[in-house]
Design a binder for this molecule. Structure first.
Ligand SMILES: Cc1cc2nc3c(=O)[nH]c(=O)nc-3n(C[C@H](O)[C@H](O)[C@H](O)COP(=O)(O)OP(=O)(O)OC[C@H]3O[C@@H](n4cnc5c(N)ncnc54)[C@H](O)[C@@H]3O)c2cc1C
Length: 407
């Protein structure tokens, strides 16, 4: 469909969710304009795990082959007890091979996903991605949206048919709509250290490992990396009272890695990053002609690798609903479906799983820890329970639940 007279759909934020939403709209022939505040794609180490349900969506966008080629395929994830050094449970997405062409996770960093989407957008003359362009305010009427965009050349007004706020956890769009971001922020921060050293030697046979410890849990993942080759990421928690200087100086980060994974000689540390961690869901994902998607709508701790995956599912859902309304295949009322379904699905599948994952990793009570471990062992050993667990962890279950209620 070609819609030359349609005002563009405006997207605030050119992170992975913003540009994937733009691609999903552009592929339907719809005009889109993405405004990204920064001058380039943010390549700090954040999401890397892309799950089966998301890989299927990226296949529909013509991206999955490149995601697999530039990522690392891993069907397994393992949970360890650091106090005993024992592996508690191994889960295998491979058991889902009869229900997905992608019975694995792919470790592909989010800046690569964003770059791939932007490359593909270049094929659509009516799709624009504008960097160094910050959305600062918005107004809306019954038939359109107007935003103010701040650039090096000054501030200008841009008019569109709809606006999708994909502008991350601190979303200006969400704040302008006066939508509450209900939930809480953890007192501690999470630290990511990445290194070229093969930490995987300690965890042979699997590149996605969660190590539970009542004092200092951590997780160890491998990602495909860029010019330096594969990188190992160690994610761990900090104490609320620790300052940036205490945590980030080279001696402290070296000590941290040596404590988790002792080795002779110093680590070659490529990234040192600290992140605030939240569990929050916007009170509504829509107000009139403005929608929220990705971290602008929901944030969660990264244990399970679910936040961006769910954000990509938001992108697909809102672009399909808008496409149908603009093509007049469905009444405007179906846009209500977006908030109606995405909010509860996020709470059920993303908030609940990530909260439970964090609790399991840091549990201090020995009896509760043993109970958790026993539960994990039983789940992993029982084929039906194992399947149910990985269907949830891969978000296949949430996609099936949504599909059972067609818009
Ligand atoms: C350590 C860590 C590990 C993680 N691992 C995983 C994982 O393995 N799997 C997973 O699914 N998720 C993971 N996540 C979560 C994932 O990183 C986020 O869910 C993801 O970045 C959300 O993408 P987004 O596009 O919604 O938001 P963002 O990536 O935050 O992008 C928002 C963009 O909007 C821009 N912006 C902000 N304000 C404005 C404005 N006013 N105007 C214009 N532009 C604006 C920003 O510059 C930014 O580029 C992890 C997070 C962390 C911190």
């Amino acid at each position: 469909m070609h819609t030359p007279s349609l005002r563009p759909i405006l997207i605030a934020g050119g992170g992975p969710v913003g540009v994937i939403t733009a691609l999903a709209l552009a592929r339907q022939g719809l005009p889109v304009h993405v405004f990204e505040a920064e001058s380039r794609i943010n390549d700090m180490p954040r999401a890397a795990t892309t799950h089966a349900a998301t890989l299927a969506m990226l296949a529909d966008l013509g991206m999955v082959d490149e995601v697999i080629a530039r990522g690392l395929v891993e069907p397994l994830f393992r949970i360890w007890d650091n106090t005993s050094g024992q592996m508690i449970a191994e889960f295998d997405f491979g058991v889902l091979q009869d229900e997905t062409p992608y019975p694995f996770a792919v470790q592909c960093e989010q800046h690569k996903l964003a770059g791939m989407a932007i490359e593909r957008l270049k094929a659509f003359p009516e799709a624009k991605v504008e960097f160094s362009a910050r959305v600062t305010s918005l107004t809306q009427s019954d038939d359109g949206v107007e935003i103010s965009v701040e650039t090096a050349g000054g501030t200008r007004k841009v008019v569109g048919s709809y606006l999708i706020g994909c502008d991350g956890g601190r979303s200006t769009v969400r704040k302008a709509l006066d939508i509450e971001f209900a939930g809480y922020t953890h007192p501690e921060r999470f630290m990511i250290l990445t290194t070229t050293e093969n930490i995987g030697l300690r965890y042979p046979g699997c590149t996605r490992n969660y190590i539970s410890d009542p004092e200092a849990w951590f997780s160890v993942f491998k990602v495909s990396g860029d010019e330096l080759g594969p990188l190992w990421r160690v994610l761990s928690s900090t104490k609320p009272e620790q300052t940036d200087e205490e945590l980030m100086n080279p001696e402290a980060t070296e000590r941290r890695l040596q404590r988790f994974l002792p080795k002779a000689g110093a680590y070659d540390i490529v990234h040192r990053n600290l992140y605030n961690v939240h569990q929050r869901v916007a009170a509504s994902f829509r107000k009139g002609r403005v929608f929220l998607a990705g971290d602008a709508a929901h944030v969660n701790n990264p244990l399970g690798g679910l936040g961006l995956n769910f954000g990509i599912h938001d992108a697909i859902e809102i672009s399909e609903l808008l496409g149908r309304v603009i093509r007049r295949e469905a009444p405007e009322d179906i846009l209500d479906e977006y908030d109606l379904h995405r909010r509860p699905l996020n709470i059920e599948f993303v908030q609940q799983q990530t909260v439970a994952n964090k609790k399991r990793m840091e549990e201090k009570d020995p009896r509760a820890r043993e109970k958790d471990f026993e539960q994990l062992r039983r789940t992993a050993a029982d084929p039906a329970a194992h399947r149910a667990h990985v269907r949830k962890a891969s978000l296949i279950e949430s996609v099936k639940k949504r599909a059972a209620v067609p818009a």
